[in-house]
Design a protein around this ligand. Structure first.
Ligand code: PLP
Length: 235
């Protein structure tokens, strides 16, 4: 595939995602700026990442610390960077100073590690919730969320909880995971009220290539989009 074909495809695919996010926001009665599009960069070569920047992508999410370091060496300030993959405690030191948000915090041990590894001023995190209860997914169950908020509160702002993230199960129809997104929003609404003195828990990171429109309808503030922007066929 030639370079120009790649660039043109990425540009039109990203524009289409942006449009669909805008329409889903409207259907949900929300304003046009209320959901950000993060591109999950794990599938992208450096050349394709350049094309993402050209297409207007501002926010990338990486899954692995070594890939994050490698890509930041090339692209540095061209993007805002988040970490979206499972974070091992021994990688916290490398990742924490490099990203503005970690989407995938799911244990008290990791919070304690981040407390030590986060630069002065603290770092923002989302708590990953396994809403569907699928055994293959990382994340805490709904009943484990408050304990993580308590652990984060104990760090006195060093680990600053900003909301929640979930990965929905793979299904054929996006409608079949609407309940997952609605459930995460309910959890957020309930905890946002009681935790307001400590944290602004307004962020909801949910929705991927196959289900992001439904996620936005249900209140996503960040969608994480990977394959659909480079895929050769499909929508
Ligand atoms: C890869 C990845 C995505 C994007 O997945 P697609 O289905 O390709 O859109 C989103 N979130 C996380 C955590 C990922 O690892």
């Amino acid at each position: 595939m030639g370079r120009q074909v790649t660039e043109a495809r990425i540009r039109s695919r990203f524009a289409a995602v942006r449009e669909r996010v805008g329409e889903a926001l409207e259907r949900g009665g929300r304003g046009p700026e209320e959901a950000r599009i993060l591109v999950a960069s794990k599938y992208y070569s450096p050349e394709q990442i350049s094309a993402l920047a050209e297409a207007g992508v501002e926010l990338l999410g990486e899954n692995r610390s070594d890939d994050l370091i490698r890509k930041q060496e090339i692209f540095g300030d061209a993007f805002e960077w988040h970490f979206i993959g499972h974070l091992q405690r021994r990688k916290a030191r490398e990742v924490a100073p490099r990203v503005s948000l970690i989407h995938s915090v799911d244990s008290a041990k990791l919070i304690r590690e981040l407390e030590k590894r986060t630069p002065e001023g603290g770092g923002d995190v989302l708590l990953q919730v396994n809403v569907s209860g699928e055994a293959s997914k990382y994340g805490v169950g709904e009943d484990g969320v408050e304990a993580l908020l308590e652990e984060a509160a104990r760090t006195g702002g060093r680990v600053n909880a900003r909301g929640f993230m979930t990965i929905a199960p793979m299904v054929e129809r996006a409608e079949d995971v609407r309940y997952v997104f609605a459930k995460l929003r309910e959890i957020r609404d309930r905890l946002e009220r009681s935790w307001r003195p400590h944290f602004d828990l307004s962020e909801l990171s949910m929705g991927m290539s196959d289900d992001y429109e439904v996620a936005v309808e249900e209140g996503a503030t960040i969608v994480r989009i990977g394959r659909t922007i480079i895929q050769e066929d499909g929508s």
